[in-house]
Design a protein around this ligand. Structure first.
Ligand code: ADP
Length: 237
């Protein structure tokens, strides 16, 4: 469903993605783990076609920068980019029209209620607290209901209720067969159902393992993360 092939991205001399290759199967919920600066956001922005890079990326067999690929790709960025002069409702209406969604009113209501923004619908983007901006950012990304959704550090800045709702929503999307890629540097936040984890460090993929494969090794995700990113005790000695 998503095919990332030998992607190299440099910011000046800084190699942010150093020959990244991975595939996501349809319906897989994949966790992209890695310390700060590992290159998680950069590979996500590359998949979305926001950056120039070397290598190829296809979505559902289509090159990611084509209009058809963009129709199946969705993104929740780490930093909300809201319009100060649009209200909460107007943001969602704008997205619905931009994506030419039909029968979207109930979906908007559902998202506003789930993320407790229903009493903020007339507030302007710049009147929202940081947490509310994050929630609106999430609603904007979820509204088009894409086949493939990337969420970059989606838990950051959310209150416990919103985190709980988001995890429920992610489980629901997974059961509907959506392909999900969720980045985080906080292993503790990965307590929802997942199928594959990819661990990045210093711009490289250091591990790519399915949940059944990890279970066979007897390691926890945390064990794997630290052995991959910090080395085992024997290697350090
Ligand atoms: P992560 O999302 O894993 O925290 P990033 O993809 O944001 O990592 O960053 C990977 C590397 O690329 C880091 O060294 C970071 O400083 C650098 N980087 C990210 N964005 C930019 C940018 N716009 N300009 C220059 N360097 C950047």
């Amino acid at each position: 469903m998503l095919d990332v092939n030998h992607v190299v991205k440099k910011y000046g001399k800084n190699l942010a993605c150093d020959d990244i290759t991975f595939q996501l199967n349809p319906g897989d919920m994949t966790i992209l783990l890695g310390p700060n600066g590992a290159g998680k956001s950069t590979i996500m922005k590359s998949i979305m076609g926001f950056l120039k890079y070397q290598g190829t990326i296809t979505v559902d067999g289509m090159v990611n920068k084509t209009v058809d690929a963009k129709k199946v790709l969705g993104f929740v960025p780490e930093m909300p980019a809201l319009y100060p002069n649009l209200t909460v409702s107007e943001h969602l209406e704008f997205i619905a029209r931009a994506y030419k969604l039909t029968n979207y009113k109930d979906r908007i209501e559902d998202l506003l209620c789930r993320f407790e923004l229903d009493d903020k619908r007339k507030k302007f983007g710049d009147e929202l607290s940081k947490g509310m901006q994050q929630k609106l950012n999430l609603c904007i990304g979820l509204l088009p209901d894409p086949k493939v959704l990337l969420l970059d550090e989606p838990m950051i800045g959310l209150d416990p209720h919103a985190i709980k709702e988001l995890k429920k929503y992610i489980d629901q999307m997974r059961s509907e067969g959506k392909t999900l890629l969720i980045s985080t540097h906080i292993i503790d936040s990965v307590d929802m159902l997942w199928d594959r984890t990819i661990i990045m460090q210093k711009g490289q993929v250091k591990a790519n393992i399915t949940k059944p494969e990890l279970e066979k090794t007897g390691q926890s995700l945390e064990d794997l993360f630290f052995s991959v990113t910090e080395g085992t005790k024997e290697e350090e000695a």
